[in-house]
Design a protein around this ligand. Sequence first.
Ligand SMILES: NC(=O)c1ccc[n+]([C@@H]2O[C@H](COP(=O)([O-])OP(=O)(O)OC[C@H]3O[C@@H](n4cnc5c(N)ncnc54)[C@H](OP(=O)(O)O)[C@@H]3O)[C@@H](O)[C@H]2O)c1
Length: 290
Amino acid sequence: MGTAIASNILKSGFNVIVYNRTADKTRSLVEAGALKATSPKEVARKSDVLLTSLRDDHVVLDVVSGEEGILSGLQQQQQQQQPNRIHIGTSTISPSLSSQLAVMHTAHGCSYLAAPVLGNPSVANEAKLTTFVAGDPKDIERCNRLFNAYCQKVINIGNEHASANTLKLIANYVLLALIDLMGQAYALGEKTNIDLQLVNQLIGMIFGYPGLQQYSNRILTRDFDNVGFDLLSSFKDVQLILQTSSDARVPLPYANSIRDKFLAAIANNLETKDWITIYEITRMLAGLKK
Ligand SMILES: NC(=O)c1ccc[n+]([C@@H]2O[C@H](COP(=O)([O-])OP(=O)(O)OC[C@H]3O[C@@H](n4cnc5c(N)ncnc54)[C@H](OP(=O)(O)O)[C@@H]3O)[C@@H](O)[C@H]2O)c1
């Protein structure tokens, strides 16, 4: 991801200085015109804006606060009374570390922007990532041209750094659940001798169905009384799905979870509401008040 992001920043005309633990991986960037640094500290010392793409919380913290890390380079700049430097964190890290990084950078007289990205390396190669950005609005504004060098969509989340990382995790949770759900559909199809091309077409149809976005909108507004399919009738379908799952010996874990939530909804007299009322049980389990 880092190579693709840096490559697009370079193509946009910025001066780029790169560092990677395995130095050889920066070769293509150096051949394309980037300068090479020997530590994160050196990059920080020589840059107005610094961007990291690293594996996880542990690595980010190490690269930021280690002896040859980013903050030691940024601190030197502060001592030289240079203008406010910005660190853009694109890695997928915990919301709590994101908040902590913001505090650490402020204490060193510099800024941290949380800017996790959505999109895989081939999307990154085409400069078509989406980024959720949080931090000081002036810093976000200052980095706008840079974000546009590697992203097709920049979503400003506001001041709360952690929120950008939480949103990234929500995105990955939805994607992971859908990927797993698709796999379960193929497994059930294969086990019951259905042509998997038909399952493929069906999944395509469901994702292309405009009603899907409408469900999301109605969940957002908790529009449960506009009943298209009542919860009790759809409970019958959940039981049929579970029966088919048992008959075919294909575990369908979401169906079990949905059955339990439907039971809770029925026990709470919600059976005549629309089937999206399952959301009420999710809210209840999360301790969200009416
Ligand atoms: N791949 C995706 O589709 C995707 C999409 C969106 C977001 N992300 C996120 O973007 C970040 C980078 O992902 P990636 O796919 O590019 O991962 P990657 O190819 O594994 O790159 C991870 C980077 O972290 C460095 N690193 C790992 N351990 C280190 C350590 N102990 N000290 C110093 N550097 C270390 C690696 O250096 P070396 O080269 O020396 O190993 C490499 O530069 C992750 O947070 C990931 O979750 C990935």
